[in-house]
Design a protein. Structure first.
Length: 109
């Protein structure tokens, strides 16, 4: 089993954001770390939603391993748990484990 931690940060004065993803083994050893700059972002919720989707996309590289995906955004986690399409209109992302190959559990960090 691996754990995925994701987060996003939004800078309202410029409309930019950054998202980060860290995937760790069950013992805490880092498997992968990634970040990305978003030049155009509406708000902090969108940044966190993009981070969640990035984590899912990166987890798809290991479809045979159970992943636990965590974020500090209760709103994003709740939206992913209840829908199989866009996250509240924020970003096109699906929580379907079939789409990503393996099993991904969703939870708040």
């Amino acid at each position: 089993m691996m754990k995925i931690n994701v987060d996003g940060a939004f800078i309202s004065s410029s409309g930019t954001a950054a998202v980060g993803v860290v995937i760790r083994y069950h013992n805490g050893q880092v498997k992968l770390a990634s970040w990305r700059l978003l030049r155009y972002c509406r708000d902090a919720k969108e940044a966190k939603a993009v981070a969640y989707c990035e984590g899912i996309a990166l987890a798809a590289q290991w479809p045979d391993i159970l992943m636990v995906l965590e974020t500090d955004s209760a709103m994003v986690a709740a939206k992913l748990k209840q829908c199989d399409g866009p996250i509240g209109g924020l970003v096109p992302c699906s929580r379907s484990t079939d789409k990503y190959g393996g099993a991904v559990e969703f939870g708040d960090g």
